[in-house]
Write a protein that binds this ligand. Structure first.
Ligand SMILES: [Zn+2]
Length: 339
């Protein structure tokens, strides 16, 4: 009986030492100390032992039981420590490794140019007004004195949604909305996206941006227009910039002009930038046509005004010497990173 007890004890401790995990330890506990375990079975066989030897044998069984339990506890702690160590190793952070780079975006040259133009005009007391990109034919053409048979209304040039709805080809409609609803006088610029049925090439895109301006007040003359736009050109391209006006035709202004600025690269001497001319065409402008005022319910005898429109891409391309409009729309990060 004593030998059997010794054997069970040794076997239990050997199994515990070889156990690979908590589950195995638990199985060992059950198989030796459980209700149907081997040590429990030996207790039940006490009745086969002479009564005088029973207390001593009982003590031996208890000791064996205690040893097995201690061994189980020690092994449990060892296994837990090992598991913790493995976890720490796998979660280790090497603080000497280089940090992950945080990539900040860059502002698009169009956005920079737009903010610059807005800054100049708000500084002169102008309000920045936004209008709808989907516009009624009336606001895009008719109210701007562009008659039904005008070539700009051709489907070759304009994206029509229905007969009366289209993607605006200019932001001028915003000026009509403002004249119809806002009190006079008006000093506003309308920046925004416009659409034309053009193929994308180095200088054209079906989707580009305009900033158009409008002033309506009493006693406004062409001198006000010239002074305002000359100041704009100086702030945009530099203090030495000179401007000149060439007669032109727009349906919604009379008289109308195109404004050139002296080349900011060569100062007017002639270079590659200005194609040797010394001047760069920059915007269209003119005095608001009396008929446009009448359609908006403004008395042209009492009020005058001037309007101008500039292509945002043209400004961005000139200022940053971008030679191809594709760059502005292709989202090539190597290009955008330069700004
Ligand atoms: Zn030049």
């Amino acid at each position: 009986m004593k030998d059997r007890l010794q054997k069970i004890r040794n076997e239990a401790i050997a199994q515990i030492k070889a156990a690979g995990g908590m589950d195995a330890l638990n199985d060992i506990r059950v198989s030796f100390l459980g209700k149907k375990g081997e040590l429990t079975a030996i207790m039940k066989s006490m009745r086969d032992i002479p009564p005088e030897e029973r207390p001593a044998f009982g003590q031996m069984v208890n000791e064996a039981r205690q040893e097995i339990e201690n061994s189980l506890d020690t092994m449990k702690k060892d296994l837990a420590a090992k598991a913790r160590e493995l976890q720490l190793k796998s979660e280790v952070i090497d603080v000497t490794l280089p940090a992950k780079k945080n990539h900040l975006g860059h502002r698009h040259p169009n956005s920079i140019a737009q903010e610059e133009v807005e800054r100049i005009f708000t500084g002169m007391g102008y309000e920045v007004v936004e209008g709808p990109e989907i516009e009624f034919d009336y606001y895009n053409f008719e109210a701007l004195n562009i008659p039904a048979n005008h070539p700009a209304k051709d489907e070759q040039d304009t994206f029509y949604i229905t007969k009366d709805l289209l993607l605006r080809t200019q932001t001028s409609g915003t000026q009509i909305h403002t004249m119809e609803t806002q009190p006079l006088p008006i000093r506003m610029i309308a920046p925004g996206r416009v659409f034309r049925a053009d193929e994308l090439d180095a200088t054209h895109s079906p989707n580009f941006h305009q900033i158009e301006g409008l002033v309506v007040d009493k006693n406004v003359t062409f001198a006000d227009l010239k002074g305002t736009l000359a100041e704009f050109a100086k702030q945009l391209f530099g203090e030495d910039t000179k401007v000149k006006f060439r007669p032109h035709h727009f349906p919604f202004t009379e008289p109308s002009a195109e404004m050139d600025v002296t080349c900011f690269k060569c100062g007017g001497k002639g270079c590659r930038m200005c194609k040797g001319e010394g001047w760069i065409e920059i915007l269209g402008c003119g005095m608001v046509h009396p008929h446009v005022f009448e359609m908006c319910g403004i008395d042209p005898e009492e009020y005058q005004g001037f309007a101008f429109g500039v292509g945002l891409e043209r400004i961005a391309m000139l200022k940053y010497e971008i030679d191809d409009m594709h760059h502005l729309y292709e989202n090539d990060i190597r290009f955008l990173k330069q700004f």
